[in-house]
Design a protein around this ligand. Sequence first.
Ligand SMILES: Cc1cc2nc3c(=O)[nH]c(=O)nc-3n(C[C@H](O)[C@H](O)[C@H](O)COP(=O)(O)OP(=O)(O)OC[C@H]3O[C@@H](n4cnc5c(N)ncnc54)[C@H](O)[C@@H]3O)c2cc1C
Length: 416
Amino acid sequence: MMSVCIIGAGTAGLCCARHSIANGFETTVFELSDRIGGTWVYNEATGAVNGIDVHSSMYKNLRTNLPKEVMGFPDFEIGANEASYVRSDEICDFLNQYANHFDLKKHIKFDSYVIRVLQRKTKWQVLFKDLVTNKIEFQYFDKVLVANGHYHTPNYSQIPNMERFKGQFLHSHDFRSREVFEGKSVLVIGAGPSGMDLSNIISRTADRVTISHHLTDIGQHSFFENVQQKPDVRELDEKGAFFVDGSYQEFDTVFFCTGYKYAFPFLTVDSGIYVEDNYVQELYKQCINIRNPSMALIGLPFYVCAAQMMDIQARFIMSYYNGSNELPSTEDMLKDTRDRMGKLWAEGLRKRHAHMLGPKQIDYFTDLSQTAGVKNIKPVMTKLHNESSKCFNENLLHFREDNFAILDDETFIKLN
Ligand SMILES: Cc1cc2nc3c(=O)[nH]c(=O)nc-3n(C[C@H](O)[C@H](O)[C@H](O)COP(=O)(O)OP(=O)(O)OC[C@H]3O[C@@H](n4cnc5c(N)ncnc54)[C@H](O)[C@@H]3O)c2cc1C
């Protein structure tokens, strides 16, 4: 029987397990923590615990920035009773319901930290540390599905003279609750979804918040009155920041909301996978390892209906692993990828945005669906995702008051 190793029991790993088991494969999920849920599990700790970096970037009282209607799986939706924007623990509950429904937990090795994945002839040797016994063990597998997430390794932007600043530095990965900013003046770097949302959240305790970014279209109506916008930081000094517009402000804390790096510390160079400026290469359809197709990476594209995407990626991959489809040659997979990326580079896309989909996600899903003959994601998912992203941008302070209902495969309505 084909043996499948899945690294991680977050949304992606659970979904891979569900489809691997359905295909009759012998399935083992390695999960470093003692529970499922990944990102959605709140962990008070920061830094490293017993020598292993804390994985989750979840903070207290987080409510989703997407409606729950687009956050479920195609065959298992999030219950209809709550408001559209739900708390992180409700997503954890949902993932537990999913795991129970498909009887996944008996396939998960908890407290098992994968430290190396090595290629041995036709098999993968997976070395893992049993965090209860502290022993290093290994197992061989035919296939490896990497589902370790990509919101765990902080990315810091380099600011000239950072070393001079005497105040505190914090990355959103290590942020747990807004109380740490009580009475402080905080400089937020970055206006991605986290930077925008967190500026408002911390402004409820901070004395004043300045968000520094280079976007031109964020209106002041997006923020509470004690949140001010500034352009990029030119440099720091002991007490604060000079901005490129020539102004200067003092701060207690510089709060990096500058995103995360894709990181696969257990993969060696022999795996064929490498990351260049946050572009993970070389992958066929952003998931199958072209050099070693018995390995696939799940969940890399961002600004998407994540669980829906992970589900179609898992079904896409399984269609090759179960023999329903045959992969193109290495050359053809490389050509497919390079042709697609070549067009995007010509349009000015930067490597670090290679996996960003947003409104283009429908094209990606359709490509997976048509290439492998698997069922596509319902169009209403991407429509509602696009609508809620628009609401986030236009009405940051109140967008979570909206509630949505899905009427059919094509249509949703706003309920209020
Ligand atoms: C603060 C925050 C808010 C977010 N809000 C939203 C939102 O509102 N809506 C939305 O759709 N998405 C949101 N996201 C994105 C969300 O993380 C993804 O949608 C999705 O949950 C990612 O799932 P995943 O399985 O790929 O990764 P994760 O959830 O990160 O799971 C990876 C799992 O792999 C395990 N693991 C990692 N390394 C190893 C190893 N070496 N050995 C064994 N196990 C390992 C981890 O312990 C973890 O359980 C948010 C992310 C963050 C950080």
